[in-house]
Design a binder for this molecule. Structure first.
Ligand code: 3HC
Length: 694
């Protein structure tokens, strides 16, 4: 079947595009559209055209896959120009999401109608791009400079009801089929001889002097390190000062520059990687999922409350169990606090809160969770306690209940062995704060059943998280890799780089926070306890030495007002502490570590390459099947900059050969214990391969 079809109804031509799954504007669609418009235009019995899409959505934008190939005519701006210059009016009929190039097509049409639950928007910025088919010129003409900038810089969609109120949509279709509504609308346009109405002919409303400088200041922090937001602003500036065609030509140049940038390549990689992770090799997507309506959360601490809130927000019923009544009260208060916060931010309304809290039950009795579909255990990180909980759950829960643990490091198979139903046991590793962080590591044990994995993936989607399936090993993927990263950031302290320099360099490079600020936020005692329990750590007095000393001095981080940094009461702003610096200097002397000036490049390479080699080992062992899984974990759970695409994509971008050479250099300088070259890295370097090709 053709992707673009044309039918005739009275004096109208109906052009229907059908390019599943999301009607991306690939070359054949663009060519088909031009042909169809020519055909409709050439018929004397056609007075107006309706443009509609089949399937779940109006055009979701350009075909992102085509951006890695040489562009092929007809280019999207040409298609839109052809639409706009048409003398017979064209009505866009929108459902689902009209995004990016899809929204630009709609803005090129002379009229727009939409279902009231549709959305329109420009998400290009999330791909390191800008609207590149006249969107930066059209939207300011319709809704003004400031609102247009907000939409393009945030990448967030606008709902159709707001779009109609602002004049972007001419009419909402509420009580009838979209196509019928669009046809009725087109008949009216013809009957009233309204003719084509072109957005390009509108002028942009004037703005206050100094507006753009202020706008740049306003978005500076949020857009740190990104190149496309500034280019969007410059395009919008041009919409005021330049004729339409000249400004559109400049927009095209900026678009092509962005498209060719490593930032956009990295962001496009993450876009597809986040979709690839939902497909798990060896697990059929069709594997029947188990139904999950009722969830029990064991442990009402910070983690348990965050997990419970995520489940409630997704419409599930939740039973929260804790040994202590006081713990349950604190957990319930924390959940009520999360709801109040979301109400105050207008993310939800009061009725959502009342309804959500009504679905929360608290209990101290294991029998009360006997009937649930899924249990998520979030008790203290200790094997003996977890085994005890799983023994109890095994004895009370009905057959088929999925038993999940939120452990961040412990052996899933040992936990599963405490039950008689290892196939029902899985790891669901939420990240703190659990109701905010998008990542969910789904840890598959040796016996975990496929339908349990499929259910966990579906649950992640329901909780609006990105679920990534990983194998069972110490720290799984994220925390296992964190070890090497943290280790290097600790060694660098002893070798003479102050914490604020290390944090500053890595933050400037793009990490959401520096490793030392993160340590203080998470609590230095947490990692300390885990290290105490490990028996496989290197016999090296320098290993995490500064971290250990800080904890032993009662400096746990923000919660005690001091960790590696100092914190003023009620403030989260880290203040460098000369006492800590003196302690590090003393300790370096004692351990015979020579202190020196360390440059930014070495800080970045030592921390980030430590991640890359651990990632390579994880791939080698099959703990993660694809480098995309690792990239999604690090960009969603550990503040790795999306515009660098995750550690494995970053290695591919630098060149695996180059990474290999530097790792060899570090091995020779710092020893094989930490810098042993993974076989996979050596192999890829020798045959010119890339991690993404695995
Ligand atoms: N190009 C190519 N493939 C796309 C695509 C696009 N624009 N949008 C989605 N897809 C693919 C996905 O990769 C996925 O493929 P898979 O099944 O093989 O994994 C499939 O379509 C379904 O996508 P989702 O799983 O994301 O489906 P959802 O229903 O959850 O979401 C959506 C639908 C909201 C449309 C979401 O896919 C989305 O946000 N798409 C991207 C929209 C976008 O960024 N548009 C701008 C593109 S750039 C542009 O237009 C430039 C222009 O200004 C010149």
């Amino acid at each position: 079947m053709n992707k673009v079809n044309i039918a005739f109804c009275d004096d109208l031509a109906i052009i229907t595009v059908d390019n599943p799954p999301v009607n991306a504007l690939s070359q054949s669609v663009r060519a088909g559209l031009v042909d169809a418009i020519e055909k409709a235009d050439g018929r004397r019995d056609v007075n107006a055209i309706v443009l509609v899409c089949a399937g779940r959505t109006f055009f979701a934008g350009s075909d992102i896959r085509e951006f890695s190939k040489p562009p092929q005519a007809p280019y999207l701006p040409m298609v839109i120009e052809r639409i706009e210059e048409n003398e017979k009016p064209i009505v866009a009929a929108i459902h689902g999401t009209a995004l990016g190039g899809g929204f630009e097509i709609a803005l090129g049409c002379h009229y727009r109608v939409a279902l009231s639950d549709a959305q329109v928007g420009f998400p290009e910025v999330t791909l390191g791009l800008l609207p590149g088919a006249t969107g930066t010129q059209r939207l300011p003409r319709l809704i003004g400079v400031e609102h247009a900038l907000d939409i393009m810089i945030s990448g967030k969609p606008m709902d159709a009801v707001t779009a109609e109120a602002e004049g972007v949509i001419d009419q909402l279709i509420e009580d009838e089929n979209l196509l019928d509504g669009a046809i009725t609308f087109a008949h009216k346009v013809v009957a009233k001889s309204l003719g084509p109405r072109r957005v390009r002919d509108l002028t942009v409303e004037p703005i206050a002097f100094g507006f753009f400088d202020n706008y740049r200041k306003k978005i500076k922090r949020k857009t740190r390190g990104l190149i496309s937001p500034e280019k969007i602003i410059r395009c919008v500036e041009a919409s005021i000062g330049m004729p339409f065609d000249e400004a559109a030509a400049q927009e095209r140049i900026f678009f092509n520059e962005c498209k060719a940038s490593s930032q956009s390549k990295a962001l496009r990689h993450i876009f597809f990687a986040e979709r690839v992770v939902a497909k798990v090799p060896g697990v059929s997507v069709e594997a029947s999922q188990r139904e999950v309506n009722r969830v029990a959360v064991i442990g009402a601490g910070t983690m348990g409350a965050g997990i419970a809130y995520s489940c409630l927000a997704a419409g599930l019923e939740v039973a929260m169990l804790d040994n202590e009544n006081s713990g349950l009260e604190r957990g319930r208060d924390a959940i009520a606090g999360f709801y109040e916060h979301d109400v105050s931010r207008s993310r939800i309304d009061d009725s959502n809160m009342v309804n959500g809290l009504a679905r929360l039950e608290t209990t101290q009795d294991y029998d009360a969770v006997a009937d649930v579909d899924l249990v998520i255990e979030a008790v203290f990180e200790n094997m003996a306690i977890k085994e005890e909980v799983f023994r109890k759950l095994d004895s009370v829960c009905r057959p088929g209940t999925i038993l999940a643990t939120n452990t961040s490091t412990l052996d899933i198979d040992r936990i599963a062995a405490a039950t008689e139903r290892r196939e029902d046991v899985i790891g669901l590793h939420f990240f703190s704060p659990a109701h905010i962080m998008r990542l969910l590591e789904i840890v598959r044990g040796a016996k975990t059943a496929d339908d349990v994995i499929a259910t966990a993936l579906a649950l992640a989607k329901k909780l609006q998280k990105v679920g990534v399936v990983v194998g069972n090993c110490f720290g799984f993927v994220g925390n296992r890799m964190l070890y090497g990263y943290g280790r290097e950031s600790q060694f660098l302290l002893l070798e003479g780089a102050p914490a604020e320099q290390i944090d500053g360099v890595l933050q400037e490079w793009g990490m959401a926070m520096g490793p030392h600020a993160v340590g203080d936020l998470a609590g230095l005692d947490v990692g300390y306890k885990v290290r105490q329990e490990r028996t496989d750590l290197p016999d090296d007095p320098r290993f995490y030495r500064v971290g250990d000393l800080l904890v032993e001095a009662g400096r746990f981080g923000q919660k005690t007002g001091k960790g590696i940094y100092l914190y003023e009461r009620g403030s989260r702003a880290p203040i460098p502490d000369s006492e800590v610096q003196a302690m590090i200097v003393r300790e370096a002397k004692l351990l015979g570590v020579e202190q020196r000036e360390i440059g930014a490049e070495e800080i970045i390479q030592r921390c980030i390459y430590a991640l890359i080699i651990e990632g390579a080992r994880i791939l080698e062992e099959g703990v993660s099947p694809r480098s995309a899984d690792i990239d999604v974990i690090w960009t969603n759970g550990y503040g790795f900059p999306r515009h660098r695409g995750g550690p494995m994509h970053y290695a591919d971008e630098i060149g695996v050969q180059r990474v290999y050479e530097i790792v060899c250099e570090f091995r020779d300088r710092f020893g094989e214990v930490y810098w042993e070259v993974p076989k996979l890295l050596e192999e890829l370097a020798s045959n010119g391969g890339k991690f993404s090709e695995l």
